[in-house]
Design a protein around this ligand. Structure first.
Ligand SMILES: *[C@@H]1O[C@H](CO)[C@@H](O)[C@H](O)[C@H]1NC(C)=O
Ligand SMILES: *[C@@H]1O[C@H](CO)[C@@H](O)[C@H](O)[C@H]1NC(C)=O
Ligand SMILES: *[C@@H]1O[C@H](CO)[C@@H](O)[C@H](O)[C@H]1NC(C)=O
Ligand SMILES: *[C@@H]1O[C@H](CO)[C@@H](O)[C@H](O)[C@H]1NC(C)=O
Ligand SMILES: *[C@@H]1O[C@H](CO)[C@@H](O)[C@H](O)[C@H]1NC(C)=O
Length: 344
């Protein structure tokens, strides 16, 4: 299956998941709308300054066995910062240290994880988790997977969408995902931008304020990834972004395309794909007609959602982004309350 076919399939699966559920008017939907708004206000507030990360950024030593670290609930170990090792040319050591081992992670899934420093001035570091393709590793395309939000960790992609395992119903152990994309593709998940998931900075000024800064950080991380896995440098690379991550995918791909001609490490960028993209609100806020045509909204629901969409676009045009976000969230809640993990 080509990545393009895979994306189409994922979209179809999402639509079909929705098809057998009914539009629901539950307080949950209202609750998540309020949550989203609260979340937004919180992010928007200057009081919520950078929480300085603990001062524990010494790279882990090879004598520590990462597999035993979860035994002590109070001690989760130290962050594995790989950049100093890469800069010193200690690739084997970096690789060995980043290998994910031990319960609850299944032995038959090989993976690597750690942090790449993307801005030394502010001590900004991106967290990644890499799953080599099970089949045809030498030739298989590499897919960079970026979650949306903004602010969603790419662990969502691993545990809930395309990764090798998910959390089992006991809420403790992991179960295999037989449809994991890592069977045929190498998958690089990155928590992006800095401040998302495990990715962090030690200075308020380390947070990205525009797409160029986000792309720059991602690009730096991808270059370090190919330094750590030089055998993959020639493999086709696809950048995938879900939802708002579509924006990051476009930015990163554009950045690679521009940088490649003068770069020391040329990235074999072949394409990008956007899953349930939400990268341009004015043109994306048009779900009602499509969802009506495929039978997911009835006539009255379509009319109601369409009014909200028009209102959202109008508010954007007026520059009233906070209200626009509120309305746009209502559209999402309304459509997603038909009960998909992520319809739009
Ligand atoms: C949705 O909730 C409102 C307020 O509780 C109620 O008036 C309305 O009848 C509900 N609609 C449906 C379809 O249940
Ligand atoms: C797992 O977590 C969910 C969500 O919190 C909860 O509904 C469910 O009862 C939990 N299952 C077990 C076995 O604890
Ligand atoms: C992997 O590719 C094989 C054929 O190349 C296909 O049969 C299989 O379904 C693919 N697996 C996944 C999980 O996409
Ligand atoms: C953050 O960076 C600015 C600009 O370089 C610097 O003036 C400031 O001292 C830094 N703050 C901390 C907490 O490191
Ligand atoms: C490429 O590598 C050379 C030699 O290591 C270095 O001097 C140069 O700055 C690098 N160029 C870029 C664009 O990184």
């Amino acid at each position: 299956m080509t990545p393009r076919a895979a994306t189409a399939l994922l979209l179809l699966v999402q639509i079909f998941l929705v098809a057998d559920a009914s539009l629901d008017n539950s307080t949950d939907a209202v609750g998540s709308l309020e949550d989203s708004a609260d979340e937004y206000n919180r992010i928007d507030s200057d009081e919520d300054a950078a929480e300085p990360a603990p001062d524990d950024d010494e790279p882990r030593t090879p004598t520590e066995d990462p597999g035993t670290r979860h035994d002590d609930d109070d001690d989760v170990g130290e962050r594995l910062l790989l950049t100093p090792l890469l800069e010193a040319g200690h690739l084997d050591e970096a690789r060995q240290l980043s290998r994910v081992k031990g319960a609850p992670f299944p032995d038959h899934v090989e993976s690597y994880s750690g942090f790449f420093t993307v801005d030394p001035q502010f001590d900004s570091n991106l967290f990644f988790w890499f799953f080599p393709a099970e089949k045809n590793y030498e030739e298989a395309p590499v897919i960079v997977w970026l979650q949306g939000g903004p602010g969603q960790p790419s662990l969502i992609g691993i545990f809930m969408e395309i990764g090798p395992f998910s959390v089992a119903p006991d809420n403790v152990s992991l179960q295999d995902n037989p449809y994991s994309w890592h069977k045929n593709y190498s998958l690089l998940f990155i928590d992006n931008p800095v401040g998302t998931g495990f990715s962090y900075t030690n200075n308020q000024s380390g947070y990205a304020t525009n797409q160029a800064e986000i792309a720059d950080g991602l690009y730096t991380a991808v270059l370090q990834f190919f330094t750590l896995f030089p055998e993959l440098q020639e493999n086709p690379l696809y950048v995938a972004g879900e939802s708002y991550g579509g924006k990051h995918a476009i930015s990163l791909a554009h950045f690679i395309h521009n940088r490649n001609p003068s770069a020391n490490i040329t990235i074999n960028l072949k394409g990008l794909f956007i899953v349930s993209g939400f990268f341009d609100p004015v043109s994306c806020l048009h779900y009602s007609e499509f969802l009506y045509q495929v039978g997911l909204l009835d006539f009255n629901e379509k009319k109601a959602v369409k009014i909200m969409e028009q209102k959202g676009r109008e508010l954007i045009r007026q520059g009233n982004y906070k209200q626009a976000l509120h309305v746009s969230n209502s559209v999402h809640v309304q459509c997603n309350s038909i009960n998909s993990p992520h319809v739009i």
